[in-house]
Design a protein around this ligand. Structure first.
Ligand SMILES: Cc1cc2nc3c(=O)[nH]c(=O)nc-3n(C[C@H](O)[C@H](O)[C@H](O)COP(=O)(O)O)c2cc1C
Length: 195
């Protein structure tokens, strides 16, 4: 790659009031910004107009009261924008691959290919939210996460691109000859398919 071909990619890390932990106390902010779609819409439109590559939402299953759930929020932003990438943070430790694969596939359809995933393994306090006795150790979370991501990728590719034939004349919706097979897994029972 020559120097002239190099590109700088810019991403906006959206927040409710700001990134300082006391930003919600600033006199110019409103406490309900974290659940206000107009706030996120305004920031995302500015980012899109400024030709940034993407907007990004951090997330974690602890102490996040007062902020919107990322897939719900990004779906709304997708419908109101055209070009900007939409990145959701999603934990592998406290999710199932099927749900995550399906939500990203849906966001990708809604946004016409603009969905992105910040893959994280989560932090300790999440264990309590899910009634688990303890948060898994670092190595276990990351091993499990690798497998989780592999399964999600398999799910996204579980049908050949031309498997959905929508053949109205012959009454064939999906070509089942390309039905996916389940790979072996250490951590989970593997689901088979999403569209
Ligand atoms: C820019 C940035 C954003 C991050 N956002 C999140 C987040 O939204 N949720 C989360 O659980 N962790 C987030 N993290 C933390 C990482 O997932 C990771 O735990 C951290 O970088 C420490 O690495 P380790 O888990 O290997 O110790 C973020 C880290 C960085 C650098």
């Amino acid at each position: 790659m020559t120097v002239s071909e190099r590109k700088l990619h810019l991403n906006a890390f959206l927040a409710a009031s700001g990134h300082h932990e006391a930003s919600w106390r600033h006199s110019d902010t409103e406490p309900e910004r974290g659940v206000n779609i107009q706030h996120y819409l305004k920031l995302t439109r500015i980012a899109e107009k400024g030709l940034l590559d993407s907007v990004f939402l951090a997330d974690g299953y602890w102490a996040n009261a007062g902020t919107l759930e990322p897939f719900t929020l990004l779906s709304a932003l997708a419908a109101a924008t055209k070009h900007i990438g939409l990145i959701a943070t999603v934990e592998t430790t406290y999710n199932e691959p099927f749900h995550v694969a399906r939500k990203f596939a849906s966001l990708d359809h809604i946004s016409k290919g603009r969905a992105g995933w910040n893959i994280v393994t989560g932090a300790g306090p999440a264990a309590e939210q899910f009634s688990r006795e303890q948060h898994p150790e670092h190595h276990e979370r990351y091993e499990s996460a690798e497998e989780f991501v592999e399964i999600v990728k398999r799910l996204w590719d579980s049908w050949e691109d031309d498997a959905v034939s929508n053949d109205k004349i012959n009454g064939v919706l999906i070509d089942v000859s390309v039905f996916p097979t389940a790979p072996e897994s250490t951590y989970r029972i593997i689901p088979l398919m999403i569209l």
